[in-house]
Design a protein around this ligand. Structure first.
Ligand SMILES: NC(=O)c1ccc[n+]([C@@H]2O[C@H](COP(=O)([O-])OP(=O)(O)OC[C@H]3O[C@@H](n4cnc5c(N)ncnc54)[C@H](O)[C@@H]3O)[C@@H](O)[C@H]2O)c1
Length: 271
């Protein structure tokens, strides 16, 4: 351990069970000396295992639906009260699409469900930052991170409306990052993570194909959840104070590899 986050205080959204990317970040942030408040949608309190995590890392759990401004304001007020100070870092690790869950084809999406997915997966990031900003709850030089996927830049059949949500999410990081940097040197970034076996990940049609293909293309192989947590901590630490408005690929080199020798071999003898 490096005591990278000693004395820092953060809110972590989206730990559902021990596979969740947010769960790993919470555990690692705690090991690095941070104090944490956990949050998730009220329904996740019943379905998931967040209480177990709360006990393990001594973190209070404050439910909040990330599409509800009142819930977000309440969460942020209670968190600053609990910490007795402003917030140093926030992880937005939230995603959900009913169209994806129901395997609806992209050319036949239900638009009510599209709007809901956009609100949960992208606009909730704006809502969260707007609450933090208006309540003046972020400490100077704080750090805010959300989770993205390369389908924001390139098409992956089956990822459906989540691709559009991720594009919006990355754009919101840039737009809010500008204003938050000006206001109080707060940095805002997204991390674009390799396919990872979690509840949200495994809900995508063809997930195993994405996962195995990326594993074969990436020179370093897919990044797993523990490696994601390590990378995320660097963005919360004081070592990255001038990194902002970026979409940072944490994918073993997948995003910049055209083809790998393994994939070439597979196609070599095909006519
Ligand atoms: N698993 C992957 O392959 C992968 C790859 C790249 C990016 N991501 C992104 O990582 C993030 C976390 O997903 P995960 O893979 O850890 O899966 P996960 O299912 O463990 O986490 C998703 C979380 O979103 C929460 N959530 C859903 N609706 C909410 C709402 N209205 N308010 C508050 N929280 C809500 C869920 O309760 C859950 O905790 C998502 O943004 C996902 O798109 C995942």
């Amino acid at each position: 351990m490096y005591n990278l986050l000693k004395g820092k205080k953060g809110i972590i959204f989206g730990a559902l069970d021990s596979n969740s990317l947010a769960w790993k970040v919470a555990e690692r942030a705690h090991q690095e000396g941070a104090q944490i408040v956990l949050t998730n949608a009220p329904v996740a309190m019943r379905l998931g295992a967040i209480n177990e995590l709360g006990q393990k890392i001594n973190a209070p759990i404050i439910p909040a639906d990330a599409t509800n401004n009142e819930d977000l304001n309440n969460l942020i007020n209670k968190a600053t009260e609990h910490f007795g100070s402003k917030i140093d870092f926030v992880l937005h690790s939230i995603g959900m699409s009913i169209n994806v869950r129901k395997s609806r084809h992209y050319t036949d999406l239900k638009h009510d469900d599209f709007l809901k997915a956009m609100d949960i997966s992208a606009l909730s990031f704006h809502r969260t930052m707007q609450s933090l900003y208006n309540l003046d709850a972020m400490a100077n030089e704080g750090s805010i991170v959300a989770l993205s996927y390369i389908a924001a830049q390139r098409t992956f059949p089956g990822y459906s409306d989540m691709a559009d949500n991720k594009s919006a999410l990355e754009s919101i990081a840039r737009s809010f990052g500008y204003y938050y940097g000006k206001k109080s040197q707060v940095r805002v970034n997204t991390i674009s993570q390799s396919p990872t076996k979690t509840t949200a990940g495994s809900g995508i049609k063809g997930f195993n194909a994405f996962y195995n293909y990326a594993e074969k293309i990436s020179p370093l192989g897919n990044a797993n959840a523990d490696e994601f947590a390590d990378y995320c901590l660097t963005l919360f630490s004081d070592l990255t104070k001038k990194v902002t408005m970026q979409n940072l690929f944490h994918d073993g080199g997948f995003s910049f590899t055209g083809v790998s020798e393994e994939v070439m071999e597979f196609f070599m003898d095909k006519e």
